[in-house]
Ligand binder design. Structure first.
Ligand code: NAP
Length: 457
């Protein structure tokens, strides 16, 4: 196992890392020092001669050459901005983010000879860079430690405590384990979970939360991705009817990443500590990431709908349905500059979503008159065992793009009709694949190519 310490300059990575390495009897490697050693120059001189791009290239090479095991590593403050570095650093490692507020950092690094990255005065630069980098820091970390609570020796002690006991206190973990005991898990999964929570295995926990959700393909996909990228994580399913109790267990167990599905995408929001602006605008969260006891919510459904339609920017579109998936679809299509009309069985719900999202609503029967270039089905119509389609063959024309968010079966009745009419068809598995890639990115900071997810799905 490797221990990686990341974070902004002035968070104590080097001092805490040296103390931690001493206590663990391991060597400590500081990527900035290795870069200076290899270049034979101090970092300000490297920046002067090669610019930031030259420095980042050296940093990538150093990170690629780090030992895979038995070492404590402190990284430069910008290292985890590059997802390729994150993928390399995370392999076989546990990553600890050391955090501190803007003023503390500015005080700690006052008088440093490091070059400016923004051209702003030092006091302003810290705030600008911190805000910019914060999402990448949070994505790349397994655990977060606030370093304002004690000196670097205290931070090193916190890392040791988390390694020995896990991220949450024993009492919280006991109530989390009681929750796990009530879940309908397969025996093999329960045993693996129990070994992880009792500290027999070092690593983190992720889960899908829903009711029902034990049929979900997410655990197989995520455990496949964890194995592929060498991440010491276990992904399980939390099938439970009460979202309040479920989120309490997520806190008690220090669950790192949670996929949220039906029926909790809206009701989870009041239980979180922060919600990203896209999720807030859609009104639904399907991804929760925890660091340092803080739960943040995101929505990746809309990105899963947006990605396969990126080449249709500005098109005339209709969305069938006015529920949660339709809200994400409307948001995605609007972000591509499409003119969107919502068609729904219950007209009042279509009108409500249209008003909230600044587009139009019309009756389902008007689809032919609207002559859409893009159609997104965000209703369950056509989902196995249903064999019906909301649109008829006469509604579909050559050149249209038809995206059915339903993914069982892969070829829905609507897609079969659309294919016969000469439309471009996009199956619902594409949404699942792209939203899962984005979810994995939020939880790990690693960018997985779509084909790898497609292969695992
Ligand atoms: P939801 O909130 O329950 O909304 C369902 C919508 O479908 C409502 O607008 C409803 O109309 C309409 N509808 C239901 N049955 C209908 C019928 N027989 N005829 C006409 N309209 C009907 O569900 P959701 O969360 O938005 O999910 C919708 C579908 O999207 C799911 O069934 C799933 O297949 C798909 N989905 C796919 C993915 C993926 O990764 N590919 C992810 C999420 C969802 P009313 O307003 O009249 O009730």
């Amino acid at each position: 196992m490797r221990i990686i310490l990341t974070g902004f300059r002035g968070t104590g990575k080097t001092t805490a890392g040296e103390i931690l390495a001493g206590r663990l009897g391991l060597p400590f490697l500081d990527t900035d020092r290795i870069i200076e050693g290899r270049a034979g120059k101090k970092i300000p001189a490297i920046f002067r001669e090669r610019g930031e791009a030259g420095f980042r290239e050296l940093e990538r090479q150093v990170i690629a050459s780090l030992p895979q095991d038995g070492v404590v590593v402190g990284t430069g403050g910008g290292a985890v901005l590059d997802p390729v570095n994150v993928e390399r650093l995370r392999k076989g490692s546990l990553v600890f983010l050391l955090q501190a507020g803007e003023e503390t950092i500015a005080r700690r690094i006052g008088g440093s000879d490091r070059p400016s990255l923004t051209g702003k005065p030092p006091a302003d630069e810290v705030g600008v860079l911190l805000r910019d980098r914060q999402p990448a820091y949070l994505r790349a970390a397994d655990f977060c430690i606030g370093t304002e609570r004690g000196p670097p020796a205290w931070a090193a002690g916190e890392v040791l405590r988390i390694l020995e006991e896990g991220p949450t206190p024993a009492l919280s973990r006991a109530s989390g384990m009681k929750f796990i005991g009530q879940l309908p898990l397969r025996e093999g999964d329960r045993a693996a979970l129990s070994a992880l929570l009792k500290g027999g295995e070092k690593g983190g926990l992720c889960a899908i939360a829903g009711y029902p959700c034990s049929h979900s393909r997410s655990p197989a996909l995520w455990n496949g991705l964890f194995a592929r990228y060498g991440l010491p994580y276990l992904y399980t399913s939390f099938e439970w009817p009460d979202i309040g109790e479920l989120i309490q267990a997520v806190r008690d167990l220090g669950v790192r990443g949670l996929a949220v599905t039906i029926p909790f995408k809206e009701t989870v929001i009041p239980h979180l500590d922060g919600v990203d602006p896209d999720a807030r605008a859609i009104g639904a969260v399907n991804t929760v990431v925890q660091c340092g006891g803080v739960l943040r919510g995101f929505n990746t459904d809309w990105l899963g709908i947006r990605a396969p339609l990126e080449d249709r920017a500005g098109a005339r579109a209709v969305v069938l349905g006015a529920g949660g998936a339709a809200a994400a679809a409307v948001y995605a299509l609007r972000s591509l500059g499409m003119e969107v009309t919502i068609l729904n069985r219950t007209p009042g719900k279509a009108a409500g979503l249209a008003e909230r999202s600044g587009c139009r609503a019309a009756p389902l029967s008007s689809v032919r008159d609207l002559r859409p270039e893009v159609v997104v089905n965000a209703t369950p119509v056509g989902m196995h065992p249903d064999r019906s389609s909301l649109l008829a063959a006469e509604d579909l024309r050559e050149g249209m793009t038809v995206f059915d968010l339903v993914y069982t079966p892969p070829e829905t009745p609507l897609l079969a009709l659309a294919r016969r009419a000469g439309c471009r068809v996009i199956p619902g598995t594409e949404m699942f694949i792209h939203q899962a890639r984005e979810q994995f990115f939020h939880v790990t900071g690693i960018r997985v190519p779509g084909d790898i997810v497609r292969e695992l799905v």
